[in-house]
Design a protein around this ligand. Sequence first.
Ligand SMILES: NC(=O)c1ccc[n+]([C@@H]2O[C@H](COP(=O)([O-])OP(=O)(O)OC[C@H]3O[C@@H](n4cnc5c(N)ncnc54)[C@H](OP(=O)(O)O)[C@@H]3O)[C@@H](O)[C@H]2O)c1
Length: 310
Amino acid sequence: MRVFITGASGWIGSAVVPELLDAGHQVTGLARSDASAAALTAAGAEVQRGTLDDLGSLRRAAAASDGVIHLAFRHDIAFSGGFQAAANADRRAVETFGEALAGSDRPFLIASGTLGLAPGRMATERDGRDPGAAAHLSGGPQTRHATALMTLSLASRGVRSSVVRLPPTVHGEGDHGFLATLVGIARDKGVSGYIGDGSNRWPAVHRLDAAHLFCLALEQAPAGSVLHAVADEGVPVRAIAEVIGRHLGLRVAAVPPGDAGGHFSWMGAFIGIDSPASSALTRELLGWQPVHPGLIDDLDKGHYFHHPSA
Ligand SMILES: NC(=O)c1ccc[n+]([C@@H]2O[C@H](COP(=O)([O-])OP(=O)(O)OC[C@H]3O[C@@H](n4cnc5c(N)ncnc54)[C@H](OP(=O)(O)O)[C@@H]3O)[C@@H](O)[C@H]2O)c1
């Protein structure tokens, strides 16, 4: 397939691109900078220069492709007060792709998240599929959820659309996301913290396993699929804090819920959530089987602790 991919230079996209190329697909990636374009070229992909706001260019690229994977998201503004603007830009891009692909039966995949889908119990691919499921959300997160539902509804307009939900911790060597942030906070504060008794669970996946799922979904997922890129269903946050504390030689301690924002900054809103997720239906549907290290084993490999700024 000729695949058009946004966010191809990002943490997950830069693993999806080689996965697609290895599977024999041709890949064109959206790049908004010289550095991203150079990275894509080095990986063996074609480059389409532009941003998420260049809707005409997104439309043309989608129309010229056999399938689209949309991974770009304006994380540069999302976690510094601009989540709504980031979600709006995302929404416009998804609408544009939907229009370009309508009636083609071509695959269209977007990334979404598992965090907060069904707090306190194991979330499955069946959760979060009705509009009421987002009633507890507001602002940008609500917009993002609506965008995922809109993507699924494209199935009735002749698009083989799927939503791939990622756990908060898509981990691996070179990670600058949630897990690397937790390591950085522990280093800065001199204590590796968790909320309450730390028994709240986070699901996780290795970046390379997630990338393989995107490839399988592109090739095989039926229209309107929700897929969970989940390898570890729920790792207690205390267990994560303990490995971080051991590697950094720091005390491991509970942080009172009221201090979550002060201690963990923007992560304070997420760190105490109990949000395990299953991928049993995804594995059954696509034969996906994670093979890379789980979260604790990956942390224990030590690469999260080598860089002093991590
Ligand atoms: N990583 C996780 O743990 C996780 C968990 C749940 C959901 N997700 C979702 O999965 C998707 C991929 O995440 P990621 O971790 O790979 O993100 P990332 O590393 O931050 O990469 C974001 C990508 O989007 C591109 N981008 C950002 N703004 C753009 C714009 N205005 N125009 C064009 N391209 C733009 C970036 O390009 P540059 O290279 O030029 O910056 C980069 O390629 C996102 O939708 C994210 O929200 C991720």
